[in-house]
Design a protein around this ligand. Structure first.
Ligand code: C2O
Ligand code: CU
Ligand code: CU
Length: 480
């Protein structure tokens, strides 16, 4: 028990199994996949112990003092199936309060489920409990802290992990036969083994770190079989950095978005992932064997008001040159070529909305507070219900960005379908929970509010903007 690796295994074994057994939980509820960074449900249940901690953490082959779940960045991947009961105990050993959000899951936003209004003080623990609905789509979801005012800091310092629901998409034969690779995209800033605090201007525009990692590593190498398929499951876990992805010589075949499967693969030359967004793409091993790079291309998130009277936020141009993220290397050869799937799922149309609403994203200077970010002119207030909606109804929301920086808009609990962007009808019918609203543009989407009453939030997923006020509360109300 002397090596770090051994310690880690011991911790996981304890948290994922032995402690549970000792306390008399049935063994079937406990699981640990061969890969120690993955916790898989079994027999309809999963119990997870997560420790939020601050301390030396392995990052890109070195050590840095980070915030993490269990001393690893990203945190362990949790895998469940529809119908599973989830029990997750979070021990807060950070020097500050925290909590958890299950981004994209359709579970209650209340009680000890996906309730972002809970707060776990330093040194205390809380047990989250919820059931994944029997009809929950398969998809790539994730968990991260959501305590207003501290979200950007805690995520930037390393707190995020994948939460995967396995289901129908995983059973599509071509998808099942593909090699699966998860990719958590996350930037850091480390100097002298620690994360320096951001400057006020950096925070206002959304902090981007210069160390860009994939699963906590720099430029990992993945293998691809000639004639085979690679299923890349991507998450943008950065607080503010965008990833405009392009793979040398290979198109990307999009098969799933935030909320799960598309109806059929959709060919893309590039894929833009804003903070909070996920995507699954297939890559065909049909090129000359070799080494191909997955790039993150430059993307301008807005000029921050430059040329509009001073540029109080500074620009947010990010990288000015392509940045290599990972490399794909052909290894081996399949006897028979694996085709793309013809169908990957069903995305039913949502139907006509009973109500339309408009949300305007902006910012302003407030005396004593500096720059704040607003929705319909207001900063977040935890005791104000901004929007009341009826369960069982479909609404159409228009989100308009009147600001000087791009804002990815995110809604909790219920996924939506984009209807149009910048006035142009959306071609692809897909489930989303986060959508980019570029400067001076508006996006319209439809959403059906279902199953769960209570308060949840919508906000910009540039987490600094959320902490600076760009969040509102929606109340899901019972009919009648
Ligand atoms: Cu990923 Cu409300 O957040
Ligand atoms: Cu969320
Ligand atoms: Cu924003």
């Amino acid at each position: 028990m002397t090596t770090a690796k051994h310690d880690r295994r011991t911790f996981l074994a304890m948290s994922a199994g032995l402690v549970g057994l000792g306390l008399g939980f049935p063994a079937r509820a406990q699981t640990r996949a061969p890969d120690a960074d993955v916790l898989v449900s079994r027999g309809g249940a999963i119990e997870v112990d997560l420790e939020a901690r601050f301390g030396p953490t392995r990052l890109a082959g070195r050590s840095a003092r980070l915030f993490s779940y269990g001393g690893r960045v990203p945190g362990p991947r949790i895998e469940v199936r529809p119908g599973d009961e989830v029990t997750l105990r979070l021990s807060n050993n950070l020097p500050e309060p925290t909590n958890l959000h299950f981004h994209g899951l359709h579970v209650p936003p209340t009680g000890n489920a996906d309730n972002i209004f809970l707060e776990i003080p330093e040194g205390e623990r809380l047990t989250y409990r919820f059931k994944i609905p029997e009809n929950h789509p398969a998809g790539t979801f994730w968990y991260h802290p959501h305590l207003h005012g501290l979200v950007a800091k805690q995520v930037f310092l390393g707190m995020a992990g994948l939460f995967v629901v396995r289901g129908e998409l995983d059973e599509v034969p071509e998808v099942a036969a593909a090699r699966e690779q998860f990719a958590v995209l996350k930037d850091f800033e480390v100097a002298g083994g620690r994360v320096p605090p951001p400057s006020p201007m950096e925070f206002v525009r959304g902090r981007e770190g210069s160390l860009v990692t994939v699963n906590g590593e720099v430029e990992p190498e993945w293998s691809l079989e000639q004639g085979g398929l690679l299923r890349l499951r991507l998450l943008n876990a950065s607080t503010a950095r965008f990833y405009r992805l392009k793979l040398d010589d290979h198109p990307l075949y999009l098969i799933a978005t935030d909320g799960g499967a598309l109806e059929e693969p959709y060919e893309l030359d590039e894929l833009l992932l804003a903070p909070g967004e996920r995507a699954e793409v297939l890559v065909r091993g049909d090129r000359k064997p070799g080494r191909y790079t997955l790039w993150s291309l430059p993307y301008n998130r807005g000029n921050g008001g430059m040329g509009m009277g001073g540029g109080m936020m500074g620009g947010a141009r990010g990288d000015t040159r392509p940045r290599p993220l990972a490399h794909l290397v052909y290894r081996g050869k399949r006897k028979t070529v694996l085709p793309l799937p013809e169908r990957t799922g069903r995305v039913p149309e949502l139907g006509a909305p009973v109500r339309r609403r408009r949300f305007v994203l902006g910012h302003s200077m407030r005396p004593g507070r500096g720059m704040v970010f607003t929705i319909n002119g207001q900063v977040f207030n935890p005791s104000r219900i901004d929007t009341r909606v009826r369960l069982g109804t479909v609404e159409e929301w228009e989100v308009a960005n009147m600001g000087v920086l791009d804002h990815p808009f995110h809604l909790h609990t219920n996924p939506f379908q984009i209807v149009s962007r910048g006035g142009r009808p959306e071609r692809l019918r897909a489930w989303k929970d986060t959508v980019l609203v570029p400067v001076n543009r508006s996006v319209r989407f439809r959403v059906r509010f279902e199953d769960f009453a209570g308060n949840a939030v919508y906000h910009c997923h540039i987490l600094e903007h959320e902490d600076l006020g760009m969040m509102g509360i929606v109340r899901f109300e019972e009919e009648g």
